[in-house]
Design a protein around this ligand. Sequence first.
Ligand SMILES: [Zn+2]
Length: 430
Amino acid sequence: MVTAVRSSLRDLFVEEARGVEMAAALSNLPLSHLNDRIARGELIGACPACGGKDRLGVNPGKPAWVCRGSDGGRDAIGLAAHVLGLDVSRSGDFLEACAAVLGRPVPGDTEENDAERRDREARIAERKRQNEEAAAKRDREANDFRAAEQSRARGKWLHAKLDGLHVTYLARRLDCYAHELPVAPLLRTSPAETYWYGKDDRDPRSVPVELFTRPAMVAPFVAPSGHVIGCHLTWIDLDRRPKFRPVILDAKGEPLPSKKMRGTKKGGMIPLIGFYELDGLILPDPHRPRFVAGEGIENTLAIALAEGPRADTIYAAAGDLGNLAGPADAKRRFAHPTLKKADKNGVMRPVWIASSTPKLDQTLDDALQAPAGVTDILLLADGDSEVHATASAMARARTRLGAGGARVDVLWPPRGYDFADLLALSSLGQ
Ligand SMILES: [Zn+2]
């Protein structure tokens, strides 16, 4: 009789646990450290069972959760079991997971004796050890893959030509004679660079196709240590005004970027002017106290051309806005004042914009770093990108790069233009 009552109480308990939505269960689980990923409704962070930095993703809205490379599912009980190291195929563990989801103990649960408890704890410890081992192996493999990619990117730059089409391309882009162009000695040309398309980096089985092969400008990405960790490619088409880059379309006719990056970009910079080479390292000139950085090579060189280039200044490009601005404080994202986008159910949702406040606890690998010792920084904004997102990102870059005490200014081109366009326009008008 007592057993029957307890059994029905437990059935009820399990049913109750099954009815708890993932969002409600979260507050009962050790997951308060998870961060909101911008615009996707996904919470990301370390897995309490497997570790890692952003291995665990929970999307309460779907609902779904995944611990990358190891486990995943659609219910709160499975999530609870995973993060607590419980095995749902064992009834004791399953009830523990239900208890965790509900935030209260299993009814009538006084039966576990010391030996059973020790056994359960040992199983949890063993499962945790196995998870950590597997996670460490995945990390090692990711590091090997990254090192190989960096080496391939370095090779691409090392084998490119010093004098090539990139000089003509830049002169046309900035609408000046080649001899007027600021000398950016680390830029090179790959005379025949293949544009691969269709390879999905996350899926090793996907096969890329060759869209075309033509000349490309090759620039190195350099880490603060001076090592080349990646390269930046810009395909050139001297016949195609005004950007002098090929128009590239995918199979559906959607435009593809004519610039690509290989190896590692984050934390690095594209050195343009004011650097020297020493024992295979590329280092900023320590006697130059001013630093000018833009997203793109062309924009940054446009300013170098317009102002000199100045002998007291290090000129570098970040490659993209994310690497210039750095990661944002995810909790302070804000909705775009007017822009909305349809979600998959056709409901219009606000477009989220990354905060102007930098994320706390950044590492040197998270974004471009100012060279040591610079006291005066000028950041170049792009006027042809969405203005709210760009303004927020530039404010973030300003705070981040000024944290060491340097004075930081942001230079904005007129709305709708970038600085390279401006040079071309100003000469047209004359
Ligand atoms: Zn995990």
